[in-house]
Design a protein around this ligand. Structure first.
Ligand code: TXA
Ligand code: MG
Length: 359
Protein backbone atom coordinates (compact mmCIF):
# COMPACT_ATOMS: atom_id res chain seq x y z
CA UNK A 1 0.00 0.00 0.00
CA UNK A 2 1.20 3.48 -0.82
CA UNK A 3 1.24 5.81 2.18
CA UNK A 4 0.52 9.44 1.44
CA UNK A 5 2.10 11.94 3.81
CA UNK A 6 0.39 15.33 3.85
CA UNK A 7 2.12 18.25 5.54
CA UNK A 8 -0.41 20.55 7.20
CA UNK A 9 0.02 23.27 9.80
CA UNK A 10 -2.55 23.99 12.52
CA UNK A 11 -2.94 27.52 11.09
CA UNK A 12 -3.74 26.19 7.61
CA UNK A 13 -6.38 23.88 9.02
CA UNK A 14 -8.05 26.70 10.92
CA UNK A 15 -8.19 28.96 7.88
CA UNK A 16 -8.99 26.24 5.35
CA UNK A 17 -10.44 23.06 6.95
CA UNK A 18 -11.07 21.65 3.44
CA UNK A 19 -7.40 20.74 3.39
CA UNK A 20 -8.41 17.70 5.49
CA UNK A 21 -10.91 16.45 2.88
CA UNK A 22 -8.91 13.42 1.76
CA UNK A 23 -8.24 12.27 5.33
CA UNK A 24 -11.89 12.77 6.25
CA UNK A 25 -13.08 10.71 3.29
CA UNK A 26 -10.71 7.88 4.15
CA UNK A 27 -11.91 7.80 7.77
CA UNK A 28 -15.53 7.78 6.67
CA UNK A 29 -14.80 4.91 4.29
CA UNK A 30 -13.42 2.75 7.13
CA UNK A 31 -9.76 3.47 6.38
CA UNK A 32 -6.98 4.31 8.81
CA UNK A 33 -5.43 7.78 9.12
CA UNK A 34 -2.53 8.82 11.37
CA UNK A 35 -2.87 12.33 12.79
CA UNK A 36 -1.20 14.58 15.36
CA UNK A 37 -2.65 15.38 18.77
CA UNK A 38 -1.10 17.50 21.52
CA UNK A 39 0.32 14.35 23.19
CA UNK A 40 1.46 11.86 20.51
CA UNK A 41 0.34 10.89 17.00
CA UNK A 42 -2.77 8.70 16.87
CA UNK A 43 -3.75 5.92 14.49
CA UNK A 44 -7.36 6.83 13.80
CA UNK A 45 -10.33 4.74 12.72
CA UNK A 46 -14.11 5.19 12.84
CA UNK A 47 -15.11 3.89 16.30
CA UNK A 48 -18.54 2.85 15.02
CA UNK A 49 -17.08 0.56 12.37
CA UNK A 50 -16.00 -2.92 13.56
CA UNK A 51 -13.97 -3.65 10.44
CA UNK A 52 -12.00 -0.41 10.65
CA UNK A 53 -11.22 -1.08 14.32
CA UNK A 54 -10.00 -4.61 13.62
CA UNK A 55 -7.62 -3.17 11.01
CA UNK A 56 -6.07 -0.91 13.67
CA UNK A 57 -5.35 -3.89 15.94
CA UNK A 58 -3.81 -5.79 13.06
CA UNK A 59 -1.65 -2.93 11.78
CA UNK A 60 -0.28 -2.15 15.25
CA UNK A 61 0.18 -5.77 16.27
CA UNK A 62 -1.89 -4.87 19.32
CA UNK A 63 -3.24 -7.55 21.68
CA UNK A 64 -7.02 -7.73 21.22
CA UNK A 65 -7.66 -7.34 24.98
CA UNK A 66 -6.17 -3.83 25.02
CA UNK A 67 -8.93 -1.26 24.40
CA UNK A 68 -8.55 1.90 22.29
CA UNK A 69 -9.30 5.47 23.33
CA UNK A 70 -12.19 7.13 21.50
CA UNK A 71 -11.52 10.73 20.44
CA UNK A 72 -14.29 13.32 20.07
CA UNK A 73 -14.11 16.90 18.79
CA UNK A 74 -16.15 18.40 21.63
CA UNK A 75 -17.25 17.58 25.16
CA UNK A 76 -20.80 18.40 24.05
CA UNK A 77 -21.10 15.11 22.16
CA UNK A 78 -19.78 12.74 24.86
CA UNK A 79 -23.25 11.62 25.84
CA UNK A 80 -23.93 10.32 22.34
CA UNK A 81 -21.39 7.57 23.08
CA UNK A 82 -21.05 7.23 26.86
CA UNK A 83 -22.83 7.90 30.17
CA UNK A 84 -21.66 10.58 32.58
CA UNK A 85 -22.85 9.06 35.83
CA UNK A 86 -21.70 11.36 38.63
CA UNK A 87 -20.70 14.92 39.50
CA UNK A 88 -16.97 14.15 39.67
CA UNK A 89 -16.87 12.83 36.11
CA UNK A 90 -18.81 15.93 35.10
CA UNK A 91 -16.33 18.32 36.77
CA UNK A 92 -13.30 16.53 35.32
CA UNK A 93 -14.80 16.81 31.83
CA UNK A 94 -15.81 20.42 32.33
CA UNK A 95 -12.49 21.63 33.73
CA UNK A 96 -9.82 19.38 32.23
CA UNK A 97 -11.00 18.82 28.67
CA UNK A 98 -10.19 19.43 25.90
CA UNK A 99 -6.70 18.39 26.90
CA UNK A 100 -4.26 15.56 27.54
CA UNK A 101 -6.71 13.49 29.58
CA UNK A 102 -8.75 10.36 28.94
CA UNK A 103 -11.73 9.56 31.14
CA UNK A 104 -13.10 6.04 31.38
CA UNK A 105 -16.91 6.12 31.23
CA UNK A 106 -19.71 3.58 30.89
CA UNK A 107 -20.07 2.97 27.15
CA UNK A 108 -23.15 3.18 24.98
CA UNK A 109 -24.05 0.44 22.52
CA UNK A 110 -23.00 2.25 19.33
CA UNK A 111 -19.24 2.17 20.02
CA UNK A 112 -17.66 -0.92 18.45
CA UNK A 113 -17.11 -3.69 21.00
CA UNK A 114 -13.72 -4.32 19.41
CA UNK A 115 -12.63 -0.76 20.18
CA UNK A 116 -13.29 -1.33 23.88
CA UNK A 117 -11.97 -4.93 23.86
CA UNK A 118 -15.37 -6.14 25.04
CA UNK A 119 -15.38 -3.95 28.18
CA UNK A 120 -18.48 -2.14 29.45
CA UNK A 121 -16.45 1.08 29.57
CA UNK A 122 -14.88 3.37 27.00
CA UNK A 123 -11.94 5.78 27.27
CA UNK A 124 -13.05 9.20 26.00
CA UNK A 125 -10.62 11.94 25.04
CA UNK A 126 -11.09 15.38 23.50
CA UNK A 127 -7.70 16.36 22.10
CA UNK A 128 -6.51 19.96 22.32
CA UNK A 129 -5.06 20.25 18.83
CA UNK A 130 -6.61 22.07 15.85
CA UNK A 131 -5.79 19.31 13.36
CA UNK A 132 -7.22 16.51 15.51
CA UNK A 133 -10.23 18.60 16.46
CA UNK A 134 -11.13 19.60 12.89
CA UNK A 135 -10.48 16.14 11.48
CA UNK A 136 -12.88 14.53 13.96
CA UNK A 137 -15.44 17.30 13.66
CA UNK A 138 -15.61 17.18 9.85
CA UNK A 139 -15.52 13.38 9.69
CA UNK A 140 -18.46 13.53 12.08
CA UNK A 141 -17.67 10.15 13.65
CA UNK A 142 -15.97 9.24 16.94
CA UNK A 143 -12.35 8.34 16.17
CA UNK A 144 -10.73 5.44 18.01
CA UNK A 145 -6.99 6.02 18.06
CA UNK A 146 -4.15 4.28 19.82
CA UNK A 147 -0.71 5.84 19.58
CA UNK A 148 0.52 5.48 15.98
CA UNK A 149 3.43 3.14 16.69
CA UNK A 150 3.96 -0.58 16.37
CA UNK A 151 3.01 -2.13 19.75
CA UNK A 152 5.92 -2.03 22.19
CA UNK A 153 7.81 0.79 20.47
CA UNK A 154 8.03 4.39 21.72
CA UNK A 155 4.98 6.50 20.87
CA UNK A 156 5.53 8.82 17.90
CA UNK A 157 6.14 12.54 18.44
CA UNK A 158 6.45 13.38 14.76
CA UNK A 159 5.41 12.11 11.34
CA UNK A 160 8.89 10.69 10.66
CA UNK A 161 8.39 8.24 13.56
CA UNK A 162 4.99 7.18 12.22
CA UNK A 163 6.52 6.65 8.78
CA UNK A 164 9.26 4.45 10.29
CA UNK A 165 6.69 2.16 11.92
CA UNK A 166 3.73 2.22 9.54
CA UNK A 167 4.78 3.23 6.05
CA UNK A 168 3.15 0.88 3.52
CA UNK A 169 0.60 -0.29 6.10
CA UNK A 170 -1.74 2.71 6.17
CA UNK A 171 -2.98 4.97 3.36
CA UNK A 172 -2.53 8.39 4.96
CA UNK A 173 -0.46 10.32 7.50
CA UNK A 174 -1.17 13.94 8.40
CA UNK A 175 2.19 15.55 9.19
CA UNK A 176 1.47 18.37 11.64
CA UNK A 177 5.01 18.66 13.01
CA UNK A 178 6.32 17.78 16.49
CA UNK A 179 3.74 17.15 19.19
CA UNK A 180 3.78 19.58 22.06
CA UNK A 181 3.38 17.41 25.14
CA UNK A 182 5.18 14.28 23.99
CA UNK A 183 3.82 11.64 26.38
CA UNK A 184 0.36 10.08 26.22
CA UNK A 185 -2.71 11.38 28.03
CA UNK A 186 -3.44 10.82 31.72
CA UNK A 187 -6.07 8.05 31.99
CA UNK A 188 -8.55 8.42 34.86
CA UNK A 189 -11.53 6.47 36.13
CA UNK A 190 -13.92 7.61 38.87
CA UNK A 191 -15.26 5.15 41.43
CA UNK A 192 -18.21 6.29 43.50
CA UNK A 193 -17.97 4.66 46.92
CA UNK A 194 -20.32 4.95 49.89
CA UNK A 195 -18.36 7.66 51.68
CA UNK A 196 -16.21 9.20 48.93
CA UNK A 197 -15.33 9.47 45.28
CA UNK A 198 -12.09 7.80 44.29
CA UNK A 199 -10.41 9.20 41.18
CA UNK A 200 -8.03 6.49 40.03
CA UNK A 201 -5.17 7.48 37.75
CA UNK A 202 -4.69 4.37 35.61
CA UNK A 203 -1.94 5.94 33.51
CA UNK A 204 -0.01 9.00 34.70
CA UNK A 205 0.45 11.88 32.26
CA UNK A 206 0.82 15.61 31.81
CA UNK A 207 -2.26 16.25 33.97
CA UNK A 208 -1.01 15.19 37.38
CA UNK A 209 -2.51 13.87 40.61
CA UNK A 210 -1.79 17.29 42.12
CA UNK A 211 -3.71 19.04 39.28
CA UNK A 212 -6.80 16.89 39.93
CA UNK A 213 -6.56 17.36 43.70
CA UNK A 214 -6.36 21.10 43.21
CA UNK A 215 -9.43 21.06 41.00
CA UNK A 216 -11.48 19.42 43.75
CA UNK A 217 -10.30 21.94 46.32
CA UNK A 218 -12.05 24.54 44.19
CA UNK A 219 -15.33 22.78 43.39
CA UNK A 220 -17.95 21.59 45.87
CA UNK A 221 -18.97 17.91 45.82
CA UNK A 222 -21.45 15.93 47.93
CA UNK A 223 -18.76 13.54 49.13
CA UNK A 224 -15.01 14.04 49.57
CA UNK A 225 -12.78 13.29 46.58
CA UNK A 226 -9.63 11.22 46.87
CA UNK A 227 -7.14 10.96 44.00
CA UNK A 228 -4.75 8.01 43.75
CA UNK A 229 -2.38 6.45 41.25
CA UNK A 230 -3.80 3.00 40.76
CA UNK A 231 -2.47 0.84 37.98
CA UNK A 232 -3.70 -2.36 39.60
CA UNK A 233 -6.55 -3.70 41.67
CA UNK A 234 -6.07 -7.04 43.43
CA UNK A 235 -3.07 -7.83 41.25
CA UNK A 236 -4.91 -7.18 37.97
CA UNK A 237 -4.14 -4.13 35.82
CA UNK A 238 -7.07 -1.70 35.69
CA UNK A 239 -5.95 -0.45 32.31
CA UNK A 240 -5.19 -3.50 30.17
CA UNK A 241 -2.44 -1.65 28.29
CA UNK A 242 -0.33 -1.17 31.40
CA UNK A 243 0.61 -4.85 31.66
CA UNK A 244 2.48 -4.91 28.35
CA UNK A 245 6.11 -3.96 27.79
CA UNK A 246 6.13 -0.48 26.40
CA UNK A 247 7.98 2.40 24.90
CA UNK A 248 11.11 0.40 24.16
CA UNK A 249 13.83 1.59 21.86
CA UNK A 250 16.12 -1.09 20.40
CA UNK A 251 18.86 -0.12 22.84
CA UNK A 252 19.03 -1.19 26.48
CA UNK A 253 17.75 1.62 28.67
CA UNK A 254 19.77 2.08 31.86
CA UNK A 255 18.26 4.34 34.53
CA UNK A 256 21.03 6.06 36.47
CA UNK A 257 20.07 7.41 39.90
CA UNK A 258 23.59 8.20 40.89
CA UNK A 259 27.01 8.10 39.34
CA UNK A 260 28.60 6.08 42.11
CA UNK A 261 30.87 3.10 42.77
CA UNK A 262 28.04 0.79 41.64
CA UNK A 263 28.02 2.61 38.34
CA UNK A 264 31.80 2.10 37.97
CA UNK A 265 31.29 -1.64 38.41
CA UNK A 266 28.29 -1.85 36.10
CA UNK A 267 29.16 0.36 33.14
CA UNK A 268 32.31 -1.28 31.68
CA UNK A 269 30.23 -4.07 30.04
CA UNK A 270 29.17 -1.40 27.51
CA UNK A 271 32.67 -0.05 26.96
CA UNK A 272 33.00 -1.19 23.36
CA UNK A 273 29.41 -0.37 22.46
CA UNK A 274 27.78 2.72 21.06
CA UNK A 275 26.23 4.61 23.98
CA UNK A 276 23.69 7.39 24.35
CA UNK A 277 23.27 9.74 27.29
CA UNK A 278 19.91 11.42 27.99
CA UNK A 279 19.75 13.83 30.90
CA UNK A 280 19.69 17.41 32.02
CA UNK A 281 22.84 19.41 31.11
CA UNK A 282 24.76 18.74 34.36
CA UNK A 283 24.05 15.02 34.26
CA UNK A 284 25.13 14.76 30.63
CA UNK A 285 28.41 16.53 31.37
CA UNK A 286 29.13 14.48 34.48
CA UNK A 287 28.27 11.12 32.94
CA UNK A 288 30.24 11.77 29.75
CA UNK A 289 33.31 12.61 31.83
CA UNK A 290 32.76 9.49 33.92
CA UNK A 291 32.50 7.23 30.85
CA UNK A 292 35.72 8.72 29.51
CA UNK A 293 37.44 8.07 32.83
CA UNK A 294 36.23 4.46 32.52
CA UNK A 295 38.00 4.38 29.08
CA UNK A 296 34.90 4.52 26.87
CA UNK A 297 35.73 5.83 23.40
CA UNK A 298 34.36 9.43 23.23
CA UNK A 299 33.51 8.88 19.56
CA UNK A 300 31.07 6.15 20.56
CA UNK A 301 29.14 8.41 22.94
CA UNK A 302 26.16 10.44 21.72
CA UNK A 303 24.65 12.91 24.15
CA UNK A 304 21.25 14.60 24.19
CA UNK A 305 20.21 17.32 26.60
CA UNK A 306 16.81 16.28 27.87
CA UNK A 307 15.72 19.84 28.60
CA UNK A 308 17.27 23.29 28.82
CA UNK A 309 15.43 24.74 31.78
CA UNK A 310 11.82 23.56 32.01
CA UNK A 311 11.12 19.98 33.11
CA UNK A 312 8.11 19.92 30.75
CA UNK A 313 10.59 19.65 27.89
CA UNK A 314 11.68 16.26 29.28
CA UNK A 315 8.22 14.87 28.50
CA UNK A 316 8.29 16.40 25.03
CA UNK A 317 11.73 15.00 24.26
CA UNK A 318 11.66 11.49 25.77
CA UNK A 319 10.25 9.36 22.94
CA UNK A 320 11.82 11.67 20.37
CA UNK A 321 15.21 10.96 21.98
CA UNK A 322 14.60 7.20 22.06
CA UNK A 323 13.82 7.22 18.35
CA UNK A 324 16.83 9.42 17.62
CA UNK A 325 19.13 6.98 19.45
CA UNK A 326 17.58 4.09 17.50
CA UNK A 327 18.37 5.82 14.20
CA UNK A 328 21.96 6.23 15.41
CA UNK A 329 22.08 2.48 16.23
CA UNK A 330 22.97 3.05 19.85
CA UNK A 331 23.30 -0.13 21.99
CA UNK A 332 22.74 1.39 25.43
CA UNK A 333 21.10 4.60 26.62
CA UNK A 334 21.98 6.00 30.04
CA UNK A 335 18.98 7.99 31.28
CA UNK A 336 19.02 10.32 34.25
CA UNK A 337 16.56 9.34 36.98
CA UNK A 338 14.22 12.23 37.72
CA UNK A 339 12.15 12.86 40.86
CA UNK A 340 8.83 11.08 41.01
CA UNK A 341 6.34 13.83 41.66
CA UNK A 342 4.06 15.73 39.28
CA UNK A 343 4.96 15.53 35.61
CA UNK A 344 8.25 13.80 36.49
CA UNK A 345 6.24 10.85 37.84
CA UNK A 346 4.63 10.44 34.41
CA UNK A 347 7.97 10.70 32.62
CA UNK A 348 9.63 8.17 34.94
CA UNK A 349 6.66 5.80 34.50
CA UNK A 350 7.57 5.56 30.80
CA UNK A 351 11.31 5.39 31.42
CA UNK A 352 10.91 2.54 33.91
CA UNK A 353 8.67 0.54 31.60
CA UNK A 354 11.31 0.79 28.89
CA UNK A 355 14.31 0.04 31.12
CA UNK A 356 16.46 -3.06 31.43
CA UNK A 357 18.75 -1.88 34.25
CA UNK A 358 18.50 0.45 37.25
CA UNK A 359 21.77 1.68 38.75
O1 TXA B 1 -2.48 10.61 24.41
C1 TXA B 1 -3.07 9.56 24.16
O2 TXA B 1 -3.84 9.02 24.96
C2 TXA B 1 -2.82 8.94 22.77
C3 TXA B 1 -3.37 9.88 21.72
C4 TXA B 1 -3.31 9.32 20.33
O3 TXA B 1 -4.66 10.26 22.06
N1 TXA B 1 -3.41 7.63 22.70
C5 TXA B 1 -2.92 6.55 23.36
O4 TXA B 1 -3.59 5.38 23.11
O5 TXA B 1 -1.96 6.60 24.10
P1 TXA B 1 -3.03 3.94 23.49
O6 TXA B 1 -3.96 3.01 22.82
O7 TXA B 1 -1.61 3.86 23.11
O8 TXA B 1 -3.23 3.83 25.03
C6 TXA B 1 -4.53 3.72 25.58
C7 TXA B 1 -4.48 3.31 27.03
C8 TXA B 1 -4.10 1.84 27.18
O9 TXA B 1 -3.27 1.69 28.32
C9 TXA B 1 -5.48 1.18 27.39
O10 TXA B 1 -5.39 -0.03 28.10
C10 TXA B 1 -6.21 2.27 28.18
O11 TXA B 1 -5.77 3.47 27.61
N2 TXA B 1 -7.67 2.14 28.04
C11 TXA B 1 -8.43 2.39 26.93
N3 TXA B 1 -9.72 2.11 27.17
C12 TXA B 1 -9.81 1.69 28.45
C13 TXA B 1 -10.89 1.24 29.30
N4 TXA B 1 -12.13 1.17 28.86
N5 TXA B 1 -10.59 0.86 30.57
C14 TXA B 1 -9.32 0.94 31.03
N6 TXA B 1 -8.26 1.35 30.28
C15 TXA B 1 -8.49 1.71 29.02
MG1 MG C 1 0.34 3.30 22.99
Amino acid sequence: MLTKVKKVSPEEVLSNPKILKEAVELLRRGEIVAFPTETVYGLGANALDDKAILKVFEIKGRPSDNPLIVHLHSKNVIEQYAYITNEVEKHIIEKLTPGPLTIILKKKENISKYATAGLETVGIRIPYHPIAEKLIEIANVPVAAPSANISGKPSPNDAQSVIEDLSGKIPYIIDGGRTHIGIESTVVKVNELEDKYLVMILRPGFITKEDIEELFQEVETKKPVEVAYKEELEGKPLSPGMKYKHYSPKAHVIVVSNISKDFDNFAPQFKDKKCGILGRPNFVKELKTKLEVLSFNPQNIITLEWCKDDIIECARNLFFAYRYFDRENVDAIFVEKLNETGIEYAIMNRVKKSATYFI
